[in-house]
Structures are given as C-alpha cells and as structure tokens.
Design a protein around this ligand. Sequence first.
Ligand SMILES: NC(=O)C1=CN([C@@H]2O[C@H](COP(=O)(O)OP(=O)(O)OC[C@H]3O[C@@H](n4cnc5c(N)ncnc54)[C@H](OP(=O)(O)O)[C@@H]3O)[C@@H](O)[C@H]2O)C=CC1
Ligand SMILES: O=C(O)CCC(=O)C(=O)O
Length: 446
Amino acid sequence: MMSYVKKVLSDLKEKNSSQEEFLQAATEILESIAPVFEKHPEFQENAILERLVEPERIIMFRVPWVDDNGKIQVNRGFRVQFNSAVGPYKGGLRFHDSVNLSIMKFLAFEQILKNSLTEMSIGGAKGGSDFNPKGRSDGEVMRFCQSFMDELYRHIGPNTDIPAGDMGVGGREVGFLFGQYKKLVDGHVAVLTGAGLEFGGSLVRKEATGYGLIYILDEALKMRNETIKGKNIVVSGSGNVAIYAAEKAETYGAKVLAMCDSSGYIYDNNGINVDIVKEIKEVKRGRIKDYLKYPNTESAQYVEGGIIWNVKCDIALPCATQNELSEESAKILAKNNTKYVAEGANMPSTNEAVDVFLKNNMLYLPGKAANAGGVATSALEMAQRSSRIQWTFEEVDAKLKTIMVNIYHNIDNAAKKYGFEGNYVVGANIAGFLKVANAMLAQGVV
Ligand SMILES: NC(=O)C1=CN([C@@H]2O[C@H](COP(=O)(O)OP(=O)(O)OC[C@H]3O[C@@H](n4cnc5c(N)ncnc54)[C@H](OP(=O)(O)O)[C@@H]3O)[C@@H](O)[C@H]2O)C=CC1
Ligand SMILES: O=C(O)CCC(=O)C(=O)O
C-alpha cells in the first residue's frame, strides 16, 4: 500500500512544487498513515487520499486599508477551507508577515486531523494575512480587520466556517473582526470563537491551548509512572500558547527555565516569573528582553538571537512557530537527556528533528494532538453559544482535561493497534485520519 501513498505524494509534489511547508506536513502525514490502506482497501478504491490532499476551496483576496499616516496599504488575505466531511470548517486566522499559501495549506491540512482527534464535529480550515499587527496602533489593526472581514464575511457562517485566533490574532483582533461581521450581516451569531466574554465567548478559551498541552503531557507521564512535578521545562515563544503552558506547568510543580520571542530568549535557573511575561506580552505588547527591567529578575539573563533549545531541560515545549526546532537542536536535546517533547505550536519540529526524537526513544507528542485543546474549547464555546448558556471556568476546564486525556489514549491505542507502540506521529495521524476517511466514504464522491 506504500505504493498508493507514494503515487499520491509524488503527484502532490509535482502539482505543488513551491509549497514547502504544505509538502512537509503532507509527507509526514501520508507516510505515517500508509499501514491503514492494508486494512482498508476501500479507501484507495474511493480515492480518499487523492481527495483529502486537495482543498475543497481556497479563497484569496485583496485587503486594502489606510494607515495612521493616511497611506494606503495592501495586504493579501486567505481562507483555505480544506475539508468539511466531519463538520463545518474550523480553524484559526494568522496575521504574520510570513503568511503565504503554503503556510495556510499546511496549517489547514493539519487542522483536519487535529479537529477529528477532538471528537467534536468540526472540519478543517485556516486563514490569515501577511499583515503583521506588531507595532501597529489599535486604529490601524481595527481598520485592517474591518477590511479583511469586508471580503471574508461572505465565505463564513456559524454553520459553514467558524474562524478563530492564531498567531497575531488574539482577543483584540477577534473583537474587531466580529464587530465588522455583525454589521455586515446584521446578526449576532457565533461566527468566530475566542470571542470576548461580554459577547458570547467561553471561559478558558484563552488558556485552553497551553493548559491542554500540559494536561495531555501529564497523562502521558502518568502512564509512565512519571510526573511533571520537579521537572525543568523550556517553553519557546511568549504568546498565547506559551504563556498558558508555562503557567499551568508551574502549577504542576515544574520550573520554567526559559522562554523567548523572535528576537531572543530569557533564561533563569531559579525559574521564570510567568506573570511578568504575561504583563509584557498581553498588556504592554512589548519584547521579552524587557523582562530584565522588572524587580526581582536579577538572576535572569537575556540572550539576543540565541537558540533556546541549547538550554538543558527535562521537557521541551515548542510553542512558537513552524520549523523552530531543527535536527541540530533535536540532537542537542537528546544529548542533554531531554526525555519529553510536547508541541504547543503547529509543526514546530522539522521532520528530521522528529526522527531524532523517535530514534532516541524520547516521548514525542505532536502538535495536532498536543495543541488540540484550543480548538476543542472553541467547539465548547460554540456549544455554549448555541444553547445560550455559560459554563463556569471549572466546568469548561474539566471538559478540556477530559478531551485531552481521551486524545492521549486514542493516539496511544491507534499506535499500538498498527504495531507502532509509543510512536504518536503514527498514532495521531491514523486516529485523526480514520474518522475523516470514513465520513468522506459515507458521503459519496463530493
Ligand atoms: N492560539 C491558539 O489557540 C493556538 C495556536 N497554535 C499554534 O501555536 C503557535 C503559537 O501561537 P500563539 O501563541 O497563538 O501565537 P502568538 O502570536 O500569541 O505568539 C507567538 C509567539 O511565538 C514567537 N515567535 C514567532 N516566531 C518565532 C521564531 N521564529 N522564533 C522564536 N519565537 C518566535 C512570537 O514572538 P514575536 O512576538 O517576536 O513574533 C510570540 O512570542 C503557532 O504555531 C500556532 O499556530 C496551535 C493551536 C491553537
Ligand atoms: O480555535 C480554533 O478554531 C482554531 C485554533 C487553531 O488555529 C489551531 O488549532 O491551530
């Protein structure tokens, strides 16, 4: 059956030769699900893979807006509606200057399997723009979001496609996007998750991706008679996912030694004060190096442009961006005896880095399983919104924990069933794929 996978992959490479990140994600996924086709010839007979790798729809559009100097700026907007077999399209919006079609497609492709793993009825999508909100005034961000929504609104809806935040899109941006959507359609509907608590949002959504990462890690460690308590952790990034992963890890008794942004990392052998990072990033929208200006941070250092994975740790949590953890960094982690890697970001480790983790018998939890808590809580937000109720923080948090524990056992069982015990690349991809493939099969050739 490998020949079937190889053929689909080689056609995909020919058709999308310049889409590096998309091909990276597709190669990892397709190669790891190859064993499924031995047991399920019906998938090949029905061209499930050929259909799965082709997005149902891609929307690309112009986003013109006026900056604070009265100058007209033009960005490019995207929404990749990749697969709606399991449910309406669902996935975040990323505003970052690196955004291009390849990155949008890789993120949307990953999202299909991730959303399937949550066991909620949500399909896979992703969108965004090459606009970077960093350094822009609130007024500029608002005008950009309004122009972005002027086009996007006609392609989304509470039963068709429900975007949310991702890199560069937090509460402020979701608020502006929602305001413009509401004005355009004249309806207060649940079309974006990660909404403010005042207008339909859910408690815990902000914390969910980072907390969920620690919940699944905790379960994986428990199954090995291990615990997070007392472990030294390095968390890359200092955005939404990184902050709440670090916060939860500390409540479990771990010490967070280092965090970073794209300029450099801070390191403190006594442990980072996550509240300061939160203040710098969520309130001041500043740089991580500002950490050293705060009281009681004398034992911390800032390393400009340094590679955070050089810091010796027991647990590595890549929570920044794709391909931030190279093969070389993976070898350093292995040499430093790091035993656990759990991904808060999407595809932060290169495929070569993942090979190093697996060869060294490190526990590796891939992003599509480990960071699924964010989108799962988005689905909980949709459930609350449609039934006009609001669960307490504790209720949502308990549901999130259950979902993450279930994901762990689901990927663990799938890995065992297919003869790859402990390999969660195989486990996550197969478990996610089977539900989507069966849904596609049931719905005919569409
Ligand atoms: N938000 C969510 O709910 C979910 C997010 N994810 C994924 O998690 C990752 C982080 O998202 P999120 O926290 O929301 O994004 P944010 O924009 O809130 O934060 C991103 C962080 O990563 C840093 N960063 C970006 N590029 C690099 C780089 N090359 N090297 C080092 N640090 C870098 C940023 O620093 P700087 O400020 O300098 O750019 C920032 O601190 C992404 O891969 C995203 O797709 C996955 C599931 C859900
Ligand atoms: O909450 C969501 O809908 C999307 C989250 C997301 O973008 C992701 O899981 O990568």
